[in-house]
Design a protein around this ligand. Structure first.
Ligand SMILES: [Zn+2]
Ligand SMILES: [Zn+2]
Length: 124
């Protein structure tokens, strides 16, 4: 594993959030000032292909990367854009029953307003 790749993995592991490529780039630069954005992108793509990390596509939100590759679902706060992990019982059986065919995979994003945003007065 290259030094750059080790750095990216350690950044993802140390974060309890889902990081965008830009955020990973920013954090990587603190440790390795010479690192280039293209290096970050290339490594993220390669690691996603290799199944080491998971790229997350959520409509209206920048793609981010997940260190958890096991199946899990996501909660998205519509106010602050924070993404949290949730473990729901697998819906595969239910989906297959409805569709009448085997499914390969599914992605579920639940939109809500997170507890912090519900508590905080609206900032504007
Ligand atoms: Zn929120
Ligand atoms: Zn996740």
């Amino acid at each position: 594993m290259t030094k750059q790749r080790e750095l990216i993995i350690s950044i993802l592991k140390q974060s309890d959030r889902h990081l965008t490529a830009d955020e990973i780039f920013f954090l990587a630069k603190l440790k390795m000032p010479s690192i280039a954005m293209a290096t970050i992108y290339n490594n993220l793509n390669a690691m996603n292909e290799a199944g080491l990390i998971k790229r997350l596509h959520i409509d209206g939100v920048a793609d981010c990367f997940d260190k958890i590759v096991e199946p899990h679902d996501h909660l998205l706060c519509d106010k602050c854009g924070k993404i949290s992990d949730i473990q729901l019982p697998s819906l595969s059986d239910t989906l297959e029953e409805h569709i009448g065919a085997e499914i390969e995979d599914y992605e579920l994003t639940v939109h809500y307003v997170c507890p912090e945003c519900r508590r905080a007065p609206r900032r504007r």
